[in-house]
Design a protein around this ligand. Sequence first.
Ligand code: ASP
Length: 436
Amino acid sequence: MSDTKNMTLSSRILIAMLSGAVLGFLINEFGSGVAWINGYITEGLFEVVGKIFIASLKMLVVPLVFVSLVCGVSSLQDSTKLGTMGLKTILLYLFTTGIAVALAIIAAILVGPGEGANFPTQDYTAKDAPPLINTIINIVPSNPINAMAEGKMLQVIVFAVLFGLAITQAGEKGQKIAQFFQNINEVIMKMVTIIMKLAPYGVFALIAQLMATLGVESIKPLIKYFLVVVFVLLLHGSATYTLLLKFVAKLNPLIFLKKMRAVQLFAFSTASSGATIPVTMETVTKRLGVKNSVASFTVPLGATINMDGTAIMQGVATVFIAQVYGIPLGLTEYLVVILTAVLASVGTAAVPGVGLITLAMVLQQVGLPVQGIALIIGVDRLLDMVRTAVNVTGDATVSCIIAKNEGDFNMDTFNDPKAGLLFEEVNLPDGETAKS
Ligand code: ASP
């Protein structure tokens, strides 16, 4: 029997997740009225461990994105390549999100999750969705330090790209700086490795707390809506990406999905594609074979603007709310929903729950009552986890396609099951373990 030391990171996370879910469920069923359990365990231990875990992931995001992007851009031989690569990446991200929301609308129309439902009308005050125009204007940071301090990813990306380009043009001095950044990059990657080792504990606490506070009851009235969203998420996560990988990138989707397991589990437990960036980056470069010059650009950009899972929830939610309120939508409205959901996905911050805020924007565009959001809020936390796993899978899929297309892809790494077995221990024949 293998002990926990010999398990891969993803297996350990999975076990932590399941045991967290079971414990949380038991607390919800039998211990939710007990003051000390609530005070010391659910709102105490679980809260502290979970929050520390998320904070330690987020701590790495800005330095990691900045440093690896500077390394990536400064290693590009040809700076025009960056422009074409950037355009292709953005178009592909928008395209996959468009497919995602179209699938969501079709499924919701076919199943009709809100038809015949008799929900009490509830009040919901929508928070203001960030206007898209602001996202575009704010792309250039007036103060890069402030952008880093506030974790504004698009601004950090713009500054890093410019910095990297300048390095390539600064001759010998630039080369010294490039070398300096490559060294820091190594150190930051080691920090990622250290934090990842603690992941199972963090994941356990996050899931246990969620289940202890949520319980299963909240899903029941919305089961049809919940299942349609999950179905489309799984469909898009398996079929769309599989087809793109197989026919556009000519890569084996099964190998891809297997290697993406740890990233998906991280995204699922943190419900934040932003916090998952360090894991996505490691996996995409070291396990899947995307060169850093591509991944350092596509991964953080994807985490910021590409939210296929979020768009799916918004597509199903719009049709669901229209059905509950008995407001018919026509073809034009559906097209507007597709367009706005794609734009909303660009404007959705990569943190938990923001998809629900930008949903207000989609509803308003087609004249649906924003307070309809109150109907689905109860199950949104769980859906957020699944859709974030889809969001990060989309980021990695597009990264592979672009890298393959640009000739910046290492097929040997992709095909090697052990390549970059990051943070995971590999069994040696004599039973010892070696860190890869
Ligand atoms: N939690 C999602 C993400 O970080 C965003 C959302 O749908 O709320 O990718």
